[in-house]
Design a protein around this ligand. Structure first.
Ligand code: NAD
Length: 474
């Protein structure tokens, strides 16, 4: 008796049999699994497809890569409104207009192939050339806080480096992230590129993340998220670019331009409702200018909480896990007027932030709150503020900022804090580059693994070729 069975089904059956026999999920055939423009039901298939795509991608040169990367930049621009609206709908975090800005930053300022210039060394022993070479398939985790910008920017960096990419996206943004991947593949294929340069799993889970971390075909991991996921990924003995949490303090001393400080801090800390890891999370102000700072911060449009209101809101919005405070999911990235409702207050949705005085060990100071409420702490002097900033930053060495006219203090502050991003007399967001800062732009700030603000060089291997006793031609 004959049964009608497609070649694809035979392929799957053979693969399953082989996997059952050898117990190795990475066993493959030479045919790429079929997905929907890069979206797969199974993480093993997503990795296999990206691995097959890598073999094809290797055949293209760096100018082709630039063309495909430019196609991804166009995806960011063409779909910025749609992606931003979807992000707010699916995650319930942030503000659409700010998310649009993030997409423009990625499209225009994320660094590309220009970061990968080779270098040559010639001398009496011959000629050596150092080049940047791809890893192969890079396994990525993207956060809920900037689902599409982080994804697009990592795609730009990693494709620039000649890699192919698999994602285990954050479950709350899985539909948006799948769409981003489909659009990127469609645009790349239209430019003559191979299919499946970027893949993901349709239903990301902790288990599919573990498969991705441990799979022999993911050669490098790129993980953005909170402490849990960074710790989980670092357990695998694999090279990793890990962008973990921050809790950026800002110190305002008595020499600071207070008008500038309140304007810059308000714009930066309220951007996308404070969900950026780089945004100010607590403000330390020297006692002699504290009252004036509070007055100006309110005048800037922020709503001051008084009496026990900061405590009351902390009880609703912050939770404790052992010794650590963290923000409850349903309070992350909320508008100030939404948080104010928890206190029975009605305020305009244009209010950038709630703020109030707390002590230095208050849960609002300790937690990475990522929402529109910021604590302000009175410190005795610069030295006291420095100590408080060090403690509040928790040794993440991520981001910090200072407002002062005293450059010696600014230097001491930056030396002690040792953060990847240190901003002087500006909102900490300016440290990200893009349209309000200098330097290359990235939302991926890899503090635990030391790459800092990432660029394509963080996603390549450095290799050397040396011709001995020849080719020095001068
Ligand atoms: P999150 O840690 O809740 O989730 C991040 C991702 O990790 C998600 O895809 C989630 O499903 C996955 N995950 C969580 N625990 C896991 C585990 N044990 N094993 C496998 N996967 C796991 O973070 P989030 O709420 O999406 O993002 C906010 C956090 O990310 C904040 O702490 C923020 O500071 C940080 N962040 C850092 C940067 C940076 O550049 N350093 C950028 C963006 C966000």
């Amino acid at each position: 008796m004959y049964v009608n069975i497609s070649e694809e089904e035979i392929q799957k059956i053979v693969q399953n049999v082989v996997q059952n026999v050898v117990g190795d999920k990475s066993v493959t055939t030479n045919q790429s699994p079929k997905g929907d423009w890069g979206v797969f039901d199974d993480m093993n298939d997503a990795i296999e497809a990206a691995s097959q795509a890598f073999l094809k991608y290797e055949e293209f040169d760096i100018q082709d890569r630039k063309r495909f990367v430019d196609a991804v930049r166009r995806v960011a621009m063409d779909f910025k409104e749609e992606f931003s609206r979807m992000a707010v709908e699916q995650t319930g975090m942030g503000r659409v207009e700010h998310k649009i800005t993030k997409h423009i930053n990625v499209a225009k300022y994320a660094s590309g192939v220009e970061f990968l210039q080779p270098s040559a060394h010639s001398g009496k022993f011959g000629l050596a050339i150092d080049e940047f070479s791809p890893w192969g398939v890079i396994g990525n985790i993207s956060p809920s806080t900037h689902p599409s910008p982080t994804m697009l920017e990592n795609i730009i960096s990693q494709l620039s480096g000649g890699n192919t990419i698999v994602f285990n996206p954050h479950p709350v943004a899985k539909r948006l992230n799948a769409l981003v991947i489909q659009r990127c593949n469609q645009y790349i294929v239209k430019e003559g590129g191979p299919e499946n340069l970027v893949t993901c799993v349709a239903e990301p889970t902790l288990e599919s993340a573990q498969v991705m971390f441990g799979h022999p075909k993911t050669k490098l991991l790129s993980v953005t998220g909170g402490p849990g996921v960074v710790e989980a990924a670092m357990k695998f003995s694999k090279p990793i670019v890990a962008a973990g949490p921050g809790n950026p303090p800002v110190l305002v001393d008595e020499t600071a331009d207070l008008q500038l400080a309140v304007k810059e801090i308000t714009e930066s800390a309220s951007f996308d409702n404070n969900i950026l890891c780089i945004a100010e999370k607590e403000i330390f102000v020297v006692d002699s200018v504290f009252n004036e700072f509070m007055r100006l911060f309110e005048k800037q449009g922020n709503k001051k909480l008084v009496g026990s209101q900061m405590d009351q809101l902390a009880q609703k919005a912050l939770e404790k896990n052992g010794k650590h405070y963290f923000i409850s999911r349903k309070h992350v990235g909320k508008n100030a007027n939404v948080l104010a409702r928890d206190l029975g207050m009605t305020i305009s949705e244009d209010v950038p932030m709630l703020f109030g005085e707390t002590d230095r060990d208050h849960p609002w100071v300790v937690a990475e709150q990522m929402t529109s409420c910021i604590p302000v702490v009175r410190v005795k002097n610069f030295e006291d503020g420095l100590e408080c900033s060090l403690k509040a930053e928790h040794g993440f060495e991520h981001t910090a900022s200072i407002f002062t006219q005293d450059l010696t203090r600014a230097t001491i502050f930056s030396k002690k804090l040792k953060t990847d991003v240190l901003v002087i007399n500006g909102g900490s967001l300016r440290g990200n580059g893009g349209m309000t800062g200098e330097g290359s732009f990235s939302h991926t700030i890899a503090s635990p693994t030391g790459q800092g603000i990432t660029n394509p060089r963080d996603f390549v291997r450095r290799r050397r070729i040396m011709t001995a006793h020849a080719l020095r031609f001068v």
